[in-house]
Design a protein around this ligand. Structure first.
Ligand code: DGT
Ligand code: CA
Ligand code: CA
Ligand code: ZN
Length: 583
């Protein structure tokens, strides 16, 4: 079975090949071509692997015929002969070193050769020891300063590795689905659920927690231990075990009889903090909780479902997404948990890209996909064309052409209303990449930060406030600019941002891209309390991306959004009245 490589893994592989090419002084045009392909894949929001499955690798800018062929081989078989040939005869350890800031291919090669770094997993540790004992400074081409820099970079690398070891939610979901599919084939499995942070729909997941209801615990544990993706069994008992999968992910696995399944899934859904508060609440009414049930005095009650468990301790059911260990237990005791927003409440999506900028589908395709999802409105929102490079008249012409296409679609049917917007860049000084006189012609405008993310708090906050004050801005796209595991959020003063959003009646986006999920759930919770207008958009770059909406719903639910908190749950008329600027 081919393994689904992530874009990050593909980029890493290509970077290694590139490093080998550099060390071997191969043809500099080929080196340049790889550099272009790497940065192109790195910036891609859709999965290279998915593109490959759909025969669309050649649509990635910079991926030429030969690289296309190598990637095809890599995805189909897990290996590419050409890549292996280029990397052959080099010390393996150098490939671990190229991830270190400031260490290029040739430096990595020199270090790996000098210290015989032939293994990937020990290379960094050995290089660190060499630096600590002053052995790098004496090598030709190195000095005290470069030795110190290398040591510092290695220390930083360790920190980021620890922080980025959590999976994105959708990755955890894919792994869990494979486990569930495998286990569901066995009739001994009466019920099975993925729990922990995955069930709470957290944006990142540390390890996987799986529970099975069965009357044959030992058999079921043995069946699980034969799951083909298991790499190592870390811990094994009759009713639970812990394993590592080949992709490095750890899985906690438990079995329990059906009658107690409710208490078990409650316990292993967590969060730990939620369970602590729940136990305190239970104690206050003379009950004690465990994964086996509820004890009152000597009497132990079992629960096959979770609803009854919460009911028994006098609480309204608490959806997993809000089991944060904050105010939810107290709210449930007073019956004040609201109905959280659901995917079926969503009526449209207004942050979508087409082939006019960096998307892969046409306006028509996107609209049809919106119709398939049952939407009442969809906004076509490409990156605004550059007035600087194309000139004002060409851009006005493009805008007119898009407007005409959209009007034709709107005139030809009454299922979905298509709106015309642009996503404009918030430049580093807080001005926008398109002048107001042009923004005026749009139905709406999404303004987003795409550069200078690391400005000081005062500067970046001022930049955002200027944007919020612009009368032609409708929505702030992916407001914090974070990329999970890759880029920190901008250092914004959220108090001030929220205050200005209210004053200027602006909408903040919950961007549903799995590596963005921005606003993050805790900020959504604050925004909801302050009455900020919010909406979920997918930032789709293909028709398939429109389905990412559910990850935005997860974030919204974790921030305790009801339908009323999100603009794109409104009916078509109400939405258009509230959203489209008067022209
Ligand atoms: P993760 O894996 O870091 O994304 O986060 P969780 O929430 O999945 O945490 P994990 O895997 O350590 O534990 C899963 C659930 O099991 C946790 O949310 C609550 C329950 N649990 C595990 N260990 C303990 C514990 O020592 N005390 C309590 N009260 N609950 C625990
Ligand atoms: Ca977990
Ligand atoms: Ca766990
Ligand atoms: Zn976008």
């Amino acid at each position: 079975m081919p393994y689904k490589m992530t874009n990050k893994e593909v980029v890493l592989k290509l970077k290694e090949v590139l490093a080998a090419m550099e060390v071997k002084n191969l043809d500099r045009f080929r080196v340049r071509a790889y550099q272009i392909a790497i940065s192109s894949i790195d910036g891609l929001t859709s999965s290279v692997y998915d593109l490959w499955e759909n025969g669309k690798l050649d649509e990635i800018p910079g991926v030429g015929a030969s690289l296309n062929q190598h990637l095809d081989e890599l995805f189909a078989t897990g290996k590419a002969k050409q890549f292996d040939a280029v990397m052959k005869d080099l010390p393996e350890g150098m490939f671990s070193l190229i991830g270190i800031r400031g260490v290029g291919a040739k430096t990595a090669f020199k270090l790996a050769t000098a210290f015989k770094l032939n293994k990937r997993d020990t290379a960094i540790e050995k290089a660190k020891k060499a630096a600590e004992s002053g052995k790098i400074r004496v090598l030709a081409g190195f000095g005290e300063k470069s030795e110190k820099d290398i040591l510092e970079s290695i220390e930083n690398l360790k920190k980021t590795k620890q922080e980025s070891s959590r999976m994105l939610l959708y990755q955890a979901e894919e792994i869990a689905n494979r486990i569930l599919e495998y286990m569901n084939k066995f009739e001994e499995v009466k019920d099975i659920k993925a729990l922990g942070s995955l069930r709470r729909r957290a944006s990142t997941v540390g390890d996987m927690d799986i529970a099975v209801a069965t009357n044959k615990p030992k058999e079921v544990t043995d069946l699980f231990l034969k799951f083909p993706e298991i790499d190592e069994i870390l811990d094994k008992g009759e009713k639970k075990c812990r394993v590592t999968l080949k992709n490095g992910v750890q899985v906690d696995f438990r079995v329990i009889d059906q009658l107690s399944f409710g208490a078990m899934i409650q316990y292993f859904t967590g969060s730990k903090q939620h369970n602590v508060i729940l136990r305190t609440h239970a104690l206050s009414i003379g009950m004690s909780l465990s994964e086996y049930g509820i004890k009152t005095g000597d009497k132990q009650e079992v629960f096959s479902n979770e609803d009854d468990f919460y009911k028994r301790i006098g609480l309204q059911y608490i959806p997993p997404e809000i089991r944060h260990g904050k105010e939810e237990v107290e709210l449930a005791a007073r019956g004040k948990i609201p109905r959280l927003v659901e995917l079926s409440d969503i009526r449209g999506d207004v942050h979508t890209h087409t082939i006019a900028s960096d998307g892969v589908n046409s306006i028509k395709d996107m609209v049809n996909a919106g119709i398939d999802l049952g939407y009442s409105y969809i906004g076509i929102c490409d990156h605004s064309p550059s007035v600087q490079s194309r000139g004002k008249y060409e851009v006005l012409g493009l805008m007119q052409a898009t407007r005409t296409t959209i009007e034709q679609i709107n005139d030809s049917q009454d299922i979905i209303r298509v709106l015309f917007g642009y996503e404009v860049n918030i430049l580093s000084d807080g001005t926008l990449s398109m002048p107001n006189e042009m923004l005026k012609k749009l139905d709406y405008c999404v303004a987003s930060i795409h550069t200078s993310f690391d400005q000081d708090r005062d500067v970046v906050t001022k930049r955002m406030l200027l944007t919020l004050e612009n009368p032609y801005v409708t929505v702030i796209g992916h407001p914090s600019g974070r990329l999970i595991n890759q880029r920190e959020a901008c250092n914004l003063d959220w108090e001030k941002v929220f205050e200005s959003a209210i004053k200027n009646n602006k909408i903040l986006e919950i961007n549903a891209q799995p590596s963005r999920l921005d606003l993050a759930d805790d900020l959504v919770a604050d925004a909801v309390k302050k009455g900020i207008r919010l909406m979920i958009n997918t930032d789709a770059h293909s028709t398939g991306d429109l389905k990412l909406m559910k990850y935005g719903i997860d974030v919204a639910r974790r921030g305790m959004c009801t339908k009323e908190n999100l603009l794109n749950t409104l009916s078509r008329k109400d939405f258009v009245d509230n959203f489209v600027k008067e022209v």
